[in-house]
Design a protein around this ligand. Structure first.
Ligand SMILES: Nc1ncnc2c1ncn2[C@@H]1O[C@H](COP(=O)(O)OP(=O)(O)OP(=O)(O)O)[C@@H](O)[C@H]1O
Ligand SMILES: [Mg+2]
Length: 403
């Protein structure tokens, strides 16, 4: 099994640092990103106050059980839910092991550990394919052609992948007229249309070959502008592709064409975030309403689709305001982005706005959109599942023994 994971290790002792280096060299982890910090569990707590957590966190603690417990409680406050935590400790005690596992810690290993032991531990965490972490799907669609839905999808994806951000894959599902390759100035290796026309061939290896890396943490699946002939797009093929992509990156941004078809409705229904981009005019308002109404009943248990008004203030006198949209749709637009030539300039350069014009006033707005769609769960409000409440209960139960 080749694992595609983001892994971070926080050793205290040089032995564990060497072990992590060993796992890095292991071919099963060739597709994983393994970062090595320092300072052990305490170092990890400090680090994740300000950084996004990886999928797997390996922390060493050389203190006693009381120290371990209290630090795990602190770690849980800064960690995203779902992070798998492997603790390397010094207590060789089955009771400690069981208690940690019952709290939701992924595994507890007694140091020193060999690369093989650590690799096996991580592999076991993801042995069941359904246990593999699933990336967050963020889909963009425009109410009309040309409203800027692709532009916002690309710029948001870029923002999400920035330092301290996460691995992001953008897939261009505008099969015939996609602009993803142009926007990032990259050549497609194979079109998404071709991939979807032979769903039985789609697997992780094929996708790996087709993905184009645009930036350190950003990979693309472009659809170069070409009107080849493909069979109609099949919902199951799209599902298969997106499921695989979600296993390859924690964030998958989908750029949808301005079309209405069963597969498009399906993507908008299943995405964790659906973003409807509209121009500030009457047709945009009508179609935003139609889309929001349709999706309201279909996105069960998910965040309601969000509305972004784009290309605002070009015709101030005649445009509909954000308030007009809010009154008609009973939903406040998440964001209003003005018409600004910087988008065309960036496109001409094959760059994202945040890269080519770092200090431009729109960069903050694009960052805000990224943050809204994939919040980085930092601070005390973001407890992870394995964490505080259960740990507090455990601490309470242990108190007499500790005294
Ligand atoms: N806020 C903006 N201000 C000015 N120009 C913009 C803005 N947003 C997007 N554009 C420009 O509008 C054009 C169309 O954008 P884009 O291709 O993103 O729209 P779309 O909704 O994806 O269109 P399509 O229907 O072809 O998929 C591009 O040239 C882009 O640079
Ligand atoms: Mg588009």
């Amino acid at each position: 099994m080749i694992l595609r994971l983001t892994i971070a290790g926080f050793p205290v002792r040089p032995e564990l640092a060497q072990t992590l280096e060993g796992v890095r060299r292991d071919s099963r982890f060739s597709r994983s990103r393994i970062e090595i910090g320092d300072g052990g569990l305490a170092g990890a707590i400090e680090h994740y106050r300000a950084n996004a957590t990886p999928q797997v966190l390996i922390v060493e603690e050389v203190g006693d059980e009381t120290v371990l417990q209290s630090r795990l409680a602190q770690l849980s406050e800064v960690c995203v839910a779902g992070t798998q935590v492997v603790v390397v400790g010094r207590m060789n005690d089955i009771a400690t092991y069981r208690r940690l596992l019952s709290l939701g810690i992924g595994d507890y290993l007694v140091g020193p550990v060999t690369p093989a032991q650590l690799a096996a531990s991580i592999e076991t965490l993801f042995a069941d394919p359904s246990a593999a972490p699933k990336g967050r799907l963020i889909a963009f669609i425009g109410t009309r052609g040309g409203v800027g839905s692709s532009t916002l999808a690309h710029n948001t994806a870029w923002m999400l992948s920035r330092p301290a951000g996460e691995e992001v894959i953008v897939v261009d599902l505008d099969l015939a007229f996609g602009t993803l390759g142009l926007a990032f100035n990259v050549e497609a290796r194979q079109t998404v249309g071709e991939l979807l026309s032979e769903p039985e061939r789609i697997d992780a290896q094929l996708i790996d070959r087709v993905l184009v890396r645009a930036e350190d943490q950003l990979q693309l699946l472009p659809s170069p502008g070409m009107t080849g002939t493909w069979p109609p797009v099949d919902v199951e093929a799209v599902d298969k592709l997106l499921e695989l992509l979600r296993r390859m990156a924690p964030l998958v941004v989908v750029d949808l064409p301005h079309l209405w078809a069963p597969w498009i409705a399906h993507v908008l229904e299943m995405a964790e975030e659906a973003v409807i981009v509209s121009s500030p005019d009457l047709p945009g308002l009508r179609d935003a309403k139609a889309l929001l109404d349709t999706l309201a009943s279909r996105r069960n248990g998910k965040e309601p689709a969000r509305l972004v008004i784009n290309k605002a203030d070009l015709f101030r006198k005649t445009q509909l305001s954000a308030k007009d949209f809010e009154e008609a749709l009973k939903q406040k637009p998440a964001l209003k982005i003005p018409f600004d030539p910087i988008f065309a300039e960036a496109l001409n350069e094959g760059q994202m706005v945040g890269k080519t014009a770092r200090t431009h006033k729109l960069v903050d707005q694009l960052a805000a959109l990224a943050q809204l769609l994939a919040p980085r769960h930092h601070g005390p409000t973001a407890r992870s599942e394995w964490s505080l409440d259960r740990l507090a209960g455990w601490l309470k139960r242990l108190k007499p023994a500790v005294r």
